[in-house]
Structures are given as C-alpha cells and as structure tokens.
Design a protein. Structure first.
Length: 105
C-alpha cells in the first residue's frame, strides 16, 4: 500500500545508528531484506536509480493536506533516499510503499 511521507530534516530524534549497523542504509537493507538477497537500488523520493543511497529519516503522514504531517503514534521511519533528497530541506510529501518504511528504534 502506498503512503505519504515527508523528509524529516533536523527532526527531534536520536540520529545514532543502532548498534551492529554501519549506517542507516545498512540498517534499512538488513531489516527490509533479512536474507541479504537484495539491497536498496533507487531513491524513494525522486526515483533515481543509484547505489549511492542514504537511510533517510521520514515522517509518516496521515493525510495529504497535513500542514506538518508527523504522526507521533507512528513515529519516524527510514527509507532509501539519494544524498541530494536526503540533504534537502524540502518537506514536500512523496509516496512510498509502506513495506519500504522501516521504523526507527
């Protein structure tokens, strides 16, 4: 199912990568593909195909017209974003498959 998310630049969360993972994209890859049979290959925001991806922090959005769509009940998630999209202060909503959202612990 597709859901709307927004980049979470400067969000109030602990950006420390969980123990046992090299980076947020490593965390995402291992959680999304536990058999290590695949890895992220495109940015979920701009859809650019690349292996140079970050584990971008995003907010789940309840509705398209939410002014600030952070849903505290849902929390913050990781999804693959290219460096350009991840470092952007753009908080425009974009669609991702909900299976591509991995909850930040």
């Amino acid at each position: 199912m597709n859901v709307y998310v927004a980049n979470a630049p400067g969000a109030d969360y602990d950006p420390t990568v969980p123990y046992g993972y090299d980076s947020w994209i490593d965390y995402w890859n291992q959680k999304r593909y536990p058999n290590n049979d695949k890895h992220a290959s495109f940015c979920r925001s701009c859809k650019k195909k690349t292996d140079d991806l970050d584990g971008g922090h995003v907010y789940y959005c309840k509705e398209v017209n939410d002014e600030w769509c952070y849903d505290k009940q849902k929390g913050i998630f990781i999804t693959p974003l290219c460096t350009e999209c991840n470092n952007s202060n753009n908080t425009d909503l974009f669609l991702v498959d909900d299976s591509d959202l991995i909850k930040v612990p």
